[in-house]
Design a protein around this ligand. Sequence first.
Ligand code: SAH
Ligand code: F3S
Length: 448
Amino acid sequence: MNTNIIKKKIYIKTWGCQMNDHDSSIIANILIKTKNYIITETPELSDILILNTCSIREKAQEKLFHQLGRWKKLKQQNSNILIAIGGCVAAQEGKKIYKRAKFINIIFGPQTLHNLPELIKKAYKNKNLIIDIKTKSLKKFNYSINNTLNKKFTSFVTIIEGCNKYCSFCIVPYTRGREVSRNQKNILSEIKQLTRIGVREVILLGQTVNAYHTYDFINKKKYNFSDLLYSISEIPKIDRIRYITSHPKEFNNDLIEAYKYIPQLTNFLHLPVQSGSNKVLKLMKRGYSTEYYEDIVNKLKFIRPTMSISSDFIVGFPGETNHDFQKTLDFISKINFDTSYSFIYSKRPGTRAAKLIDNTPIEEKKNRLAILQKKIIQQSLQWRRRMLGTIQSVLVEGQMKNNIKNLYGRTENNRIICFKGKPELIGQFVSLKITKINYYTYLKGEIN
Ligand code: SAH
Ligand code: F3S
């Protein structure tokens, strides 16, 4: 019997970060599990359209209404289509979205996505808007388990949600709510379960992932991020541990020490500094200085001399002078950052930085961004160049599409590498010698 005939088709569109991507996979998992829905790639053929939004930068509201304009046309052709808006813009704007787009059916937030099956049922019965954007729910963690049955080798695992840091530029604490850590037993059992479908690498997720802490009731003591890393390192088959994103202020000595004792921790760390000027860092309310940041990096490099560090940078923050910007450029050289992400400051409604005077012209900000990105690219290329001839541990992810005799995988510092190998190696770690450096595509290597 083909039960697909009665299943409703769902299309999910996602904006933003890995956190949002992961949230969308959770939404898909939850809905598939009800056995009432299947996920499609074609909005035109779908019964339910879900948009998982992000409001970190850009003109998120405008982008939302632009997208809704397109979906409105689909709804005009078929009035039975349901439209659900989730994510940070939904949490922030709530009912205001409905006021401008009366044809939408559901508004849900990042912490209420597990309620979607119920919300959809209600929406089919009731033509009025269904809205559920509470932020303080812990329940999502019960559903955030990555329990796909598809074979895979690397997997995200959410360990902490929300953020208490209130950096003056950032909307996240307002949209994702206060910090909540997930129970350690739950996390460990999810990872053990993932190893059964082939997972060898976990990427621990959180807005401030290293602020993770719970209580260990057996040993009657605080159980923090480094404790969790030690526990994960004892799980057989997990040979690589990554995490995003950590905050310098929470990067304590226990975590630095962990790099001595946990070989599964990669030699690559994403640790956003945002600016190289202490004056700007203060205005951003980041809670650390460049000297403090440098000290962390030096301690890490003492333990792992070949470790590479990447960062996020914001240019054109209110009050950033050319002199401050120059300090950021100097700091990039000093730390010798690997690939980094950089953005022009974007004013977010309701944040503290939105009240600061910002008199740098946009053209000047664009100019600074271009200079900074050029520098970052140059440094990233140097990191690549230095990899030539080295031996790298690579997790093999699959066969190349253009030539199935070639496999590909990722190095610890996230470079894709292609090499000749048998398909049995897929899902395994191999030692590869880097034989060719391409600057803009993948590297080439051979089995060592
Ligand atoms: N703790 C999360 C923060 C998510 S925001 C993390 O570090 O991943 C990701 C990045 O977006 C930040 O590090 C910052 O560089 C950038 N960002 C956040 N708010 C911004 C804003 N208002 N304007 C420009 N960039 C911003
Ligand atoms: Fe945003 Fe700062 Fe938290 S960048 S997510 S408020 S650590």
